[in-house]
Design a protein around this ligand. Structure first.
Ligand SMILES: Cc1cc2nc3c(=O)[nH]c(=O)nc-3n(C[C@H](O)[C@H](O)[C@H](O)COP(=O)(O)OP(=O)(O)OC[C@H]3O[C@@H](n4cnc5c(N)ncnc54)[C@H](O)[C@@H]3O)c2cc1C
Ligand code: SF4
Length: 571
């Protein structure tokens, strides 16, 4: 019996455990297995195998039972998920339904999740920009949030490292506020987007319209073919899962790569309930998981743990990992675990038309989605009455005057030579929000889910800074649109709750001082250094750029550190 026990424990003991198989967990698994570590990757959702489990990927529009839309009863039952633009007939199977995983909204918060192998990396819009030196210096400069314990130079080589493997397309724009990366060829702007670029350049020093940078293989390199991925075909049906592996996802890239190493054990359908703490050894020893279907519990052990459950779920897991040493959650000596949650303010849009360029239209699709204006407010110095700034997405297109109607020759003619309206242009704000103690998540003291986890209670809101920034966006973009000759300029405050940006961050922030932060410069818990957190939970501030590239780079850097430390200890 004793031997059986020892054998069973041995079978459940690994060199490293990674919790969560999404964007960042996939990278942790890849890096750990690349370095020869026997790694367990635990995922609460079902397995989604690249190219086997993309049921809609090759469906044509008329093959969808509801024409691609979501039936009304499903919308009504899922008000939160329905607010997300990928919750459509072709991809809704990758989005968590409201009733499946409830949470508590102390204030309105749309929590969009993807519980499956690959997490939200299947669904993302693939926008990938590096942060700049000014982003990492922001909190130190204006004194809001704590200072990052790292600077851009610490992360730059790791940005290069993940960009080469993931495949990022973009142009080398040479901007201090948006450093260039290791780019595959960029996608072009269309004629009206390029017109806006030229007009902005003419009228404003320090403002730039560039092609959006995105995680698509515009020109695959040998490293991408080695992953089994191929050229992006510009279908722009990515949220279904791409049969070509044309965009980066954990499913098409990091997880199969880690599998190939022979060092990975992937465990889907297992909810990690708590990280185990060994009071005697004063370190985390493993995890306790609950089987998603049978509800049976099992423990797994490893000397290195990476928690990559997706920002708020990582908060939930650490808060739920209590012990004699850490009664308020793992590593939570400072009491700031769950606090200083922030997000991106996506609630401001602006639209207009351009009456020119009537002889032109677009042909084909642009996976990058159009143009991007890096932040131009308060970059080099504080110049407005609000803190930080916003980046802007920009696009232009021509729509049909009316949908084709009728039959036969007339329908044919409308399809071949569609009557197009004027160019419409739009821009969207991507505003940085300031992490505050009053924006927090915590465990609901009363309610648990069916896997025995307390419900997460979310209290996150906008503030006066966000309101001022929004007004500035409306004023500046209206002026820029007018200067570019756009007409009928309409601003739109969407009034959306935080969360729909799907860039929630913080709660387990990095910092120099253990009294005000949870993680050190290598993403280790100050108070329990064999636990690493490298998803959005670790973010000290939010910048304006899309965050996932930074999570990936932080993850690769942290694994490198973990393995170097482990080697030192065993030498
Ligand atoms: C529609 C959409 C568009 C987006 N566009 C962009 C974009 O353009 N650019 C960008 O940078 N980002 C974008 N994002 C955000 C991006 O997807 C996330 O930043 C990224 O996926 C986060 O990676 P992660 O590893 O932290 O979390 P996820 O990718 O969400 O992975 C977390 C995984 O952990 C699992 N998990 C959670 N709890 C547990 C538990 N207790 N036990 C076991 N497993 C658990 C989950 O099931 C999930 O698989 C977008 C997201 C969406 C949905
Ligand atoms: S745009 Fe590219 S990555 Fe997206 S589905 Fe098409 S081929 Fe795949």
């Amino acid at each position: 019996m004793a031997n059986l026990n020892i054998d069973s424990i041995k079978a459940r003991t690994f060199d490293a455990i990674v919790v969560g198989s999404g964007m960042s967990g996939g990278w942790a698994a890849k890096e750990l297995t690349d370095k020869g570590l026997k790694t367990l990757l635990v995922e609460r959702g079902r397995n989604v195998v690249h190219n086997h489990d993309y049921p809609t990927t090759n469906l044509r529009p008329w093959e969808f039972a509801h024409g691609g839309k979501v039936p009304l009863d499903v919308q009504t039952a899922n008000p939160i998920a329905s607010r997300c633009y990928v919750f459509k007939e072709d991809a809704m199977h990758f989005v968590v339904k409201d009733h499946e995983h409830p949470y508590v909204q102390e204030k309105p918060f749309d929590w969009i999740r993807g519980y499956q192998v690959g997490g939200k990396s299947l669904l993302w819009a693939r926008q990938t920009q590096r942060w700049s030196p000014y982003d990492f210096e922001g909190p130190a400069r204006d004194g809001f949030a704590v200072d990052w314990p790292i600077r851009y130079q610490d992360l730059a080589p790791w940005y290069s490292y993940v960009e080469k493997f993931a495949g990022i397309s973009g142009h080398r724009d040479g901007l201090a506020e948006l450093p260039d990366g290791e780019f595959l060829p960029g996608f072009p702007l269309n004629a009206v987007e390029d017109h806006f670029r030229q007009q902005v350049k003419k009228h404003y020093a320090g403002r730039h319209v560039i092609s959006a940078r995105c995680a698509h293989l515009s020109k695959p390199q040998p490293i991408h073919y080695e992953q089994g991925r191929g050229q992006c075909q510009n279908r722009v049906l990515c949220q279904r899962g791409c049969p070509f592996g044309g965009y980066f996802s954990a499913n098409s890239s990091t997880i199969p790569w880690a599998m190939k190493s022979g060092h990975l054990t992937l465990l889907p359908d297992q909810v990690v309930q708590t990280v185990l703490y060994d009071e005697h050894k004063q370190r985390a020893s493993g995890i306790r998981v609950v089987d998603a279907h049978t509800k049976a519990t099992t423990e797994y052990y490893a000397p290195i743990l990476f928690v990559n459950a997706g920002a708020l779920n990582t908060n939930l897991l650490l808060l739920n990992s209590t012990s004699h040493r850490f009664p308020a959650g793992l590593g939570n000596d400072s009491g700031v675990l769950g606090k200083y949650v922030a997000f991106h303010n996506y609630s401001a849009k602006i639209g207009a038309v351009h009456e020119g360029f009537k002889d032109l239209t677009t042909d084909g699709r642009n996976p990058a989605g159009g143009g991007y204006l890096p932040r131009f407010r308060n970059v080099f110095k504080q110049e407005t009455d609000f803190l930080r700034g916003y980046a802007t997405s920009f696009g232009a297109s021509r729509g049909l005057v009316q949908p084709p109607t009728g039959l036969g020759a007339s329908l044919n003619q409308q399809l071949e030579r569609p009557a197009l309206g004027p160019w419409t242009v739009y821009a969207g704000m991507m505003g940085e929000t300031i992490p505050k103690e009053t924006n927090y998540v915590r465990l609901d003291p009363h309610r648990k889910d069916e896997w025995g986890m307390p419900l997460l209670s979310v209290s996150v809101d906008y503030d006066a800074n966000d309101a001022k920034m929004k007004q500035d966006f409306f004023a500046q973009l209206s002026e820029m649109f007018a200067k570019a000759g756009f007409a009928n300029i309409q601003t739109h405050d969407t009034g959306q709750a935080p969360g729909l940006d799907i860039h929630e961050m913080g709660g387990v922030r990095m910092g120099r001082d253990p009294r005000t932060s949870l993680l050190n410069q290598w993403n280790q818990l100050h108070a329990c250094p064999n636990v690493y957190v490298t998803d959005g939970a670790c973010m000290t501030s939010t910048s304006t750029q899309n965050p996932s590239l930074t999570y990936m780079a932080l993850t690769a850097r942290a694994v490198d550190h973990a393995v170097r430390e482990a080697k030192k200890q065993s030498a």
